[in-house]
Design a protein. Structure first.
Length: 529
């Protein structure tokens, strides 16, 4: 799967690894300044420097790794960098570890002799014109270890008449700052200080693009909405940025999308917060079975399987739900009606999204351009609607003047909801559509009904009830043959809310099938499940 994943995005290795790789470090404005200050402390013989990060994952360890690489290049190998990332040692173990990384070996357990040995080793390296830098990371772990802090402070006393024998860099998270401020004798010996904070939006975007370009990928894989979503979730913490961006690529690979948009970011963020029922990494293992040549175009998720034909209990008559008059979006998770300006459902907090009419890519509710095919969403939707109405004009649909019919059936629409077709139920002379609910127990199971199709809902109105479903909540919509004779009739099968509904039109076999297929094609276009 790994090779397919890399090939799909056109990259040579995973761009968002969480290991502190100095080659992948994005030097934001503050990271650049941090690196410069640390180098200044070393080159100018300041003796000590302090690096503190506001939050875990701000990139301090990556900066230190980059510093080590740069020092090796600058001093052409005439530098020894001691790196201790587990500072909770005993004093004698700490001295022994430093000596060991400097090429020596401690053969005593007496602290005074150990310190003298370390001083002699440092003086020898100084005479050989070899620079020594001691870096202690994760210093906040020493909050309750004043003995270790005392030994580290002693290192800053190792000097000759005109220079320090080493440069000491103390690094850690925010608690380290308060620890050292309570030790003025230590704090004053760290004159060069820098405090790393979270990235702003521009640096968040720059980090993602930089890492993609470093592995040979395109900087345009993520849309502007994706950058905004990642920044909002991560609050600018580099480690979280990389974790979310990495999962976004896995989500996009599994779905077959060519760009990462708001929907993929929302899915990834929701999975990181989930406790077991989310969009998990391991769910994508099945993707490796899809040949790469079949994954070059965006694909929509497969619709849910049709519910079984079960006996539908009789339900009480209820008036059709009145939708709000403002432009709105229906949540695909809970069917709550939300303002189209919202990106997350007001009821269940799940991401709101819609489907591109042309390629089927899931996009956010705000953007009007598909990130995969570039089509204008509103124009494409109007084209599909106009084509449907044109195809059905000859089928006695009420294209104009349906307002009276809707009022008589007590159907109210939102201000932005467009009624596409109304197929009236007919009378004794002219038969109209009929509906059959599976297993009703009636003699023929069919009731006369009105069919109202809007750009948002499908409604079936019988004598005593109104049945409606948001198009995005429909489970099944197929045209099926009925009868065993040649040229038999056709019906439109709808499945939603655990029920099956069969719709029959009063036309000849061929016209009947053509009309039903036109309606089914539009409904399937709108289905998101």
């Amino acid at each position: 799967m790994a090779d397919d994943y890399l090939a799909y995005w056109g990259i040579i290795k995973a761009p968002f690894s969480l290991t502190p790789d100095p080659e992948m470090l994005f030097l934001s404005s503050q990271h650049s300044e941090c690196l410069m200050r640390l180098k200044y402390a070393i080159f100018s013989q300041k003796g000590g420097a302090l690096l503190v990060s506001d939050n875990a994952g701000n990139g301090k360890t990556s900066v230190l790794a980059r510093l080590k690489n740069d020092l090796d290049d600058y001093y052409a190998g005439r530098v020894k960098v001691v790196f201790i990332d587990h500072p909770t040692l005993s004093p004698i173990e700490m001295i022994g570890e430093i000596a060991n990384q400097l090429g020596g070996e401690l053969h005593t357990t007496e602290k005074i002799r150990a310190l003298n040995y370390l001083r002699d080793r440092l003086f020898s390296l100084y005479n050989e014109n070899i620079k020594v830098v001691v870096i202690v990371d994760e210093g906040q772990m020493l909050k309750d270890r004043p003995d270790i802090l005392g030994e580290l402070r002693i290192l800053l006393n190792f000097c000759v008449s005109d220079a320090f024998l080493l440069t000491f860099i103390f690094s850690g998270q925010k608690p380290l700052d308060s620890i050292l401020r309570e030790m003025p004798e230590f704090w004053q010996r760290l004159p060069v200080r820098f405090f790393l904070r979270n990235l702003d939006f521009n640096d968040t975007k720059g980090l993602i693009q930089y890492r993609l370009e470093k592995v040979g990928g395109s900087a345009d894989i993520f849309t502007e909405d994706a950058f905004q979503g990642i920044y909002k979730y991560s609050e600018g913490c580099p480690r979280v940025i990389c974790a979310v961006a990495d999962l976004c690529l896995v989500v996009g690979y599994a779905k077959g999308t060519r760009r990462i948009g708001f929907v993929e970011v929302s899915t990834a963020c929701r999975d990181m917060e989930s406790s077991g029922d989310g969009f998990h990494y391991y769910a994508f293992v099945k993707s490796q079975d899809i040949p790469m040549d079949e994954r070059q175009k965006p694909v929509a998720p497969e619709p849910s399987k049709s519910p079984a034909f079960v006996s539908a209990p009789k339900h009480d008559t209820a008036p059709a739900r009145t939708l709000p008059s403002v432009k709105s979006t229906v949540c695909p998770s809970c069917s709550e009606v939300n303002s189209s300006e919202r990106r997350f459902c007001v009821s269940c907090d799940q991401p709101l999204f819609r489907k591109c009419p042309k390629c089927g890519t899931f996009i956010d509710t705000v953007s009007n351009e598909c990130p995969s095919c570039g089509v204008n969403i509103d124009e494409a939707k109007r084209g599909i609607i106009d084509a449907l109405v044109s195809d059905l004009k000859s089928y006695d649909i009420m294209e104009n003047g349906y307002d009276v019919w809707l009022r008589a059936a007590d159907i109210e629409c939102a201000g932005d909801e467009r009624v596409l077709i109304v197929l009236p139920r007919g009378n004794f002379i002219n038969q109209g559509p009929t509906i059959q609910v599976g297993g009703t127990g009636k003699k023929n199971g069919k009731d006369p009904c009105d069919i109202v199709l809007t750009d948002r809902r499908i409604l079936f109105v019988t004598g005593d009830e109104k049945i409606e479903a948001e198009l995005m909540r429909v489970d099944t919509c197929i045209v099926s043959a009925t009868g065993k004779i040649f040229g038999g009739r056709h019906m439109l099968v709808f499945g939603f809310d655990g029920r099956i509904y069969r719709i029959y039109l009063p036309y000849s076999s061929r016209r009947n099938k053509t009309a039903l297929e036109a309606i089914a094609a539009f409904v399937r276009q709108e289905m998101l499940k």
